[in-house]
Write a protein that binds this ligand. Structure first.
Ligand SMILES: NC(=O)c1ccc[n+]([C@@H]2O[C@H](COP(=O)([O-])OP(=O)(O)OC[C@H]3O[C@@H](n4cnc5c(N)ncnc54)[C@H](OP(=O)(O)O)[C@@H]3O)[C@@H](O)[C@H]2O)c1
Length: 346
């Protein structure tokens, strides 16, 4: 679905490149970047599923760290070494970070579990990884955080903010990307909405769905992440990346329904019956990114508050419009969940 002619190269110019220039640049030049030894954590996750083959295809030596908890088709991808590791178990991290130049740190948790709190995985896990990386001589870490990371927000956003600070104060070269909600094959956003549209005659919506999001296509994020591995000049930056449009949640659901040929009436749910409905939906095996807590998370980390989108101004990527990208995804596989990575785990 990448439209190469719209893609920006990153071999020339710096962070100050303007939008007009950006859209006239040539596609990424595969010859520009020297090969790096890259460790990708969270390798069983959605974004990694798209990033790993891209890094390998650019000639990098890629090590993929996962917890080895389920069988995964992508472990057979040529050119990628798989290693088991858990960021909450420091003893597993020395081998993972051995002879690595750049870590792309995607491992993270969106909710506390009985086994591990957000603090445990996102903050202490990042600290463990940094310690192992520093011991092993890793040069750079790319930390993938979220829009809305803040010390004064809920637990999830606080854990992201604290992890960012760990990265900044580590002394290792670093780049931090704060992402808006990311969509694409096997995502945690469009896939569960599609599943609900397929399986229910109405779309259950808490509230009016008027809050706006700025969804960004995974391939745009993969473009930016690839550059964080390859470009020296983005070092030390904290970049907030989002899609090109601010769209209400209700409109997003409508667009997905239209593109997938699954137009459904919306059933607005009052808060007091949200919990029973969520329970029933979970019981029926439906992903539910629509509980009050999940919507609050989406709302808080929703849109860029600046008119500058570093996807364009720094990474010189023209972000894909939501409807166009969705049409391509659906035309490509018939189901975002059929992409190169496992199904969503919302
Ligand atoms: N997707 C988005 O819209 C979005 C937006 C903003 C920020 N982000 C952040 O970007 C990162 C990647 O996103 P994603 O959507 O690819 O996430 P994802 O699909 O939920 O993947 C998270 C990965 O982290 C791994 N993980 C969790 N706990 C771990 C631990 N203790 N040790 C090692 N690995 C662990 C998971 O492994 P298992 O498979 O073993 O559980 C999984 O591979 C995440 O940190 C996410 O919070 C994502």
């Amino acid at each position: 679905m990448a439209r190469g002619s719209e893609r920006a190269g990153h071999g020339a110019g710096g962070a100050a490149a303007g939008v007009a220039e950006c859209e006239q640049l040539d596609p990424i030049d595969a010859a520009v970047a020297p090969s790096r030894r890259v460790l990708v954590t969270g390798a069983s996750g959605f974004i990694a599923g798209h990033l790993l083959p891209r890094l390998a295809s650019r000639g990098h030596r890629v090590r993929a760290m996962w917890r080895g908890r389920e069988s995964l088709e992508r472990t057979r991808t040529p050119g990628i070494d798989w290693i088991e590791g858990d960021v909450t178990r420091p003893e597993t991290l020395a081998a993972a970070t051995f002879e690595i130049d750049v870590i792309v740190h995607l491992a993270g948790s969106r909710a506390s579990t009985p086994q591990a709190s957000l603090e445990h995985v996102n903050v202490m896990g990042t600290r463990n990884l940094l310690a192992a990386g520093l011991d092993g001589g890793v040069q750079r870490i790319v930390y993938v955080s979220t829009l809305g990371a803040s010390p004064s927000a809920g637990t999830y956003f606080r854990s992201r903010f604290e992890a960012e600070n760990q990265v900044i104060s580590s002394g290792m070269e670093h780049v931090i990307l704060r992402l808006a909600v990311v969509y694409g094959p096997a995502d945690h956003f469009v896939t569960p909405i599609l599943e609900i549209l397929r399986r229910l005659p109405v779309f259950p919506m808490l509230g009016d769905g008027a809050f706006r999001l700025q969804p960004v296509a995974v391939e745009d994020i993969v473009d930016a992440l690839t550059q964080t591995v390859e470009r020296p000049d983005v070092e030390g930056g904290l970049y907030e990346l989002a899609g090109p449009e601010r769209i209400s949640f209700a409109n997003i659901v409508r667009t997905i329904g239209e593109v997938a040929g699954l137009r459904r009436p919306v059933l607005r749910l009052p808060d007091r019956i949200a919990s029973p409905v969520t329970r029933v939906a979970r019981g029926a095996g439906l992903g539910t990114p629509f509980t009050r807590e999940q919507l609050d998370v989406l709302r808080w980390g929703s849109v860029l508050h600046s008119s500058d989108n570093p996807l364009r101004s720094v990474f010189r990527v023209k972000p894909l419009p939501f409807r166009d990208a969705l049409e391509d995804y659906l035309a490509g596989s018939g189901n975002p969940g059929d992409g190169p990575v496992r199904g969503a785990s919302a």
